[in-house]
Design a binder for this molecule. Structure first.
Ligand SMILES: Nc1ncnc2c1ncn2[C@@H]1O[C@H](COP(=O)(O)OP(=O)(O)O)[C@@H](O)[C@H]1O
Ligand SMILES: [Mg+2]
Length: 413
């Protein structure tokens, strides 16, 4: 049986959403299919494991839950797939278990942005989902724009600034932003969940919007606001040579901007959407009426209300984006459409989408567990392929002697 290390939580503003996504995924697997090892990363970056981590009700009392768990770590050494405990004793050795495949289900910083993926690359362990470069492109809204522009994928006009530039060269930077034309949307470049995002319809609001965004990051993106906005999301899963687009959904907004509340605290009555797994049978529901069901709890129209040719176009654009950015696993691409003139833009890419977009796959007629099996197999296959690649030449330039000097600048070119 494959031992699957499911990593979740993390040093991110989307910590809690990650817990929900991970537990939804863990409970989607039939029992005994995989040996699942939950690895919870605390907000301080400490790693814990223990069976109590898979029951949602235990998260009501974090300190109690963690007192039942063991603090663990992995080393960055290549080929060492062991999960180690900090406190070993005569009865318990240092190794908790060996992990065959790592499955990061984290959202936002240090988990979805390529950081953890970088650690997995160093170790050489197979891991589910996008590599560190694709993850980082998706996480950084500026890098996403570069990737789209370079590949003729439509995205809205924008400029970016650091907070320092904005305050030091205020008039020039503001003029640059105003050239795009009001109304504008201002966002921190590397966050998610609508945190720090606001609309600016005039000069005063622009200053206030940049001020707000600068509280969260030093890189700020200012972009044209799409009028008559219809938001459309599409999930893509697979690998470069074999990837599939889901049905489209249209999230329902309560205001101008799709808010944190809209995304995660809707009524859960997904209109016409996927029923099924809000929370798996064994997991217990996320009790409260406000419905903490991650992305699966938001209100949506599914499938989105669009003519067939537009649906097809957006699905093709989703596949193109997945391939051009070289993504792997399950991602979700969020589009914006002007419902009057029909223009479509890629807004953002989620390398590890909320609830792993299971509700979109179920609405597509695909069993979520089959999608999970496939992305786990892709992780194993891609790691095997990578293993075959050369990482060094069998040549020792030191033994060849010539032209190497310990003095700086002494090396021959
Ligand atoms: N250019 C835009 N025009 C109109 N609305 C926008 C624009 N950019 C973002 N929004 C609104 O703000 C929401 C959050 O922005 P988004 O870029 O998706 O950030 P996040 O990563 O926080 O989800 C979107 O879902 C949409 O409602
Ligand atoms: Mg978004």
């Amino acid at each position: 049986m494959i031992t699957l290390g499911v990593f979740f939580g993390g040093m991110s503003v989307e910590h809690e959403i990650s817990v929900i996504s991970a537990l939804q995924t863990i409970h989607a697997f039939p029992e005994f299919k995989y040996n699942i090892v939950p690895i919870y990363i605390s907000k301080d970056g400490e790693w814990y494991t223990g069976p109590g981590l898979t029951a949602v009700q235990n998260y009501r009392n974090m300190s109690k839950l963690l007192s039942w768990c063991e603090k663990v770590y992995m080393t960055p050494n290549r080929g060492d797939f062991n999960l180690y405990r900090y406190k070993s004793n005569m009865f318990k050795g240092k190794v908790v278990t060996k992990i065959d495949v790592a499955f990061p289900i984290l959202h936002g910083s240090y988990g979805e942005d390529g950081s953890l993926q970088g650690l997995f690359e160093m170790i050489g362990i197979p891991y589910v989902g996008s590599n560190l470069r694709a993850s980082n492109i998706a996480m950084d809204k500026i890098a996403t724009k570069y990737m789209c522009k370079a590949n003729n994928i439509p995205c809205v006009d924008y400029m970016w600034t650091t907070d320092r530039e904005w305050f030091e060269q205020h008039d020039a930077k503001k003029a640059e932003a105003e050239e795009i034309g009001y109304p504008l949307i201002v966002k921190p470049a590397g966050l998610g969940s609508s945190v720090g995002i606001s609309k600016a319809a005039n000069s005063e609001e622009l200053d206030a919007a940049v001020e707000l965004a600068s509280k969260f990051t030093d890189k700020i993106i200012i972009e044209k606001m799409v009028q008559n906005l219809q938001e459309i999301n599409c999930s893509v899963y697979g690998s470069y040579h074999d990837c599939h687009a889901s049905v489209l959904e249209e999230p329902v907004r309560s205001g101008d901007i799709l808010s944190y509340k809209d995304k995660y605290m809707g009524s859960g009555s997904a209109k016409g959407g996927a029923k099924g797994m809000k929370f798996g049978a064994k997991g217990g529901k996320f009790g409260s009426k406000s419905g903490s069901q991650g992305m699966s709890g938001s209100q949506r129209k599914c499938p989105a209300d669009l003519p067939e040719d537009v649906t097809k176009y957006i699905q093709q654009l989703a596949i193109k984006t997945f391939k051009e950015m070289n993504a792997t696993g399950i991602i979700r691409i969020d589009f914006m459409r002007d419902s009057v003139n029909g223009d479509v833009y890629v807004n953002e890419i989620n390398a590890i989408p909320g609830s792993l977009a299971f509700y979109l796959w179920e609405a597509t007629g695909k069993k979520f567990v089959d999608v999970l099996d496939e992305v786990i197999n892709i992780a194993i296959k891609e790691a095997q392929e990578k293993h075959k690649l050369k990482v060094s030449f069998d040549q020792n330039i030191f033994a060849m002697g010539a032209g190497i000097s310990p003095k700086l600048g002494g090396a021959k070119r």
